[in-house]
Design a protein around this ligand. Structure first.
Ligand code: CAA
Length: 240
């Protein structure tokens, strides 16, 4: 059965692959994006998937954005909280803004999207929320106290909200990707990345589509008994 799905940060990278996969599953997919107009336009032209612009770290803007999507497409039954940024740096060099932007967008975005959609899912008795965490939220990562804290927070957020949604047919799960071949990972300095890849037992970076396949399962009818879990998709880099 086709549902209305929102994927935040949906026009690029992992989000783009998730949008395309959910569209192939027969859902009405809406992509949210924060800033890259040109990429969003090209994405919509290529896929036919509408893209709505708002900052998921902004509470009021998220409530308004979701209301606009629901007025145009109907109630949202599937949410994939994928939007995320990095502001890497060792703590002694990290500014408060670098800390706060990552917490506000990566973790705050999950809260804001849930506030906008979870009550409706609860009332209708069906919903799927998938939060994109990270291997670095599970294991920590040098130079990422902000990102690791936000992603680790996402894993806790997932388990708490899963308990609230369970009796209403709303599942809440996380996926913890490892290093995936996207612009975000391409931004890691080459000498650092060269040391990371040999630590991946499968021997390569992951592909965005490999995360999208996990999302497809968790958002399907078949995923109804799986809630509060973290699905690690990381090529064996961290077995958790
Ligand atoms: N463990 C221990 N020491 C390390 C280290 C590590 N992993 N990485 C760097 N260091 C050490 C260096 O050896 C160096 O030590 P010396 O001065 O004694 O030689 C010191 O830290 C400084 O290193 P840099 O020169 O790299 O310092 P910098 O300030 O220029 O940059 C950094 C620091 C920003 C953390 C940079 O190393 C970096 O960008 N690292 C990558 C962080 C990373 O993996 N980010 C993941 C992004 S992708 C993502 O987040 C997606 C996802 O979910 C997986």
């Amino acid at each position: 059965m086709g549902r209305v799905a929102i994927v935040t940060g949906g026009t690029r990278g992992i989000g783009e692959a998730i949008c395309k996969r959910l569209q192939r599953q027969g859902h009405t997919v809406i992509a949210n994006y924060a800033g890259n107009e040109e990429k969003a336009k090209a994405f919509t032209e290529a896929t036919g998937i509408p893209a709505y612009r708002w900052d998921v770290g902004d509470h009021e803007a998220t409530l308004a954005g979701v209301a606009e999507v629901e007025a145009a497409h109907g109630p949202v039954d599937i949410v994939v909280n994928n939007a995320g940024i990095t502001r890497d740096g060792t703590l002694h060099k990290m500014s408060f803004a670098d800390w706060n932007d990552v917490m506000r967008i990566n973790l705050g975005g999950c809260f804001n999207m849930a506030k906008a959609t979870f009550p409706g899912m609860r009332e209708r008795g069906w919903g799927r929320i998938v939060n994109i965490g990270s291997i670095n939220g599970q294991a920590g990562q040098y130079g990422q106290v902000n990102y690791a804290a936000a992603k680790s927070g996402i894993h806790g957020f997932t388990k708490a909200l899963a308990q609230e949604g369970a009796k209403f047919g709303v599942t809440v799960n996380a996926i913890a990707p490892g290093y995936i071949d996207t612009d975000m990972v391409a931004a890691v300095p080459a000498p650092v990345l060269e040391k990371i890849v040999p630590k991946i037992p499968v021997g390569r970076l992951g592909m965005a589509e490999e995360i999208a396949r996990g999302v497809a399962f968790l958002t399907s009818e078949n995923g109804g008994f799986m809630t509060g879990s973290t699905m690690s998709i990381n090529g064996g880099q961290h077995m958790y």
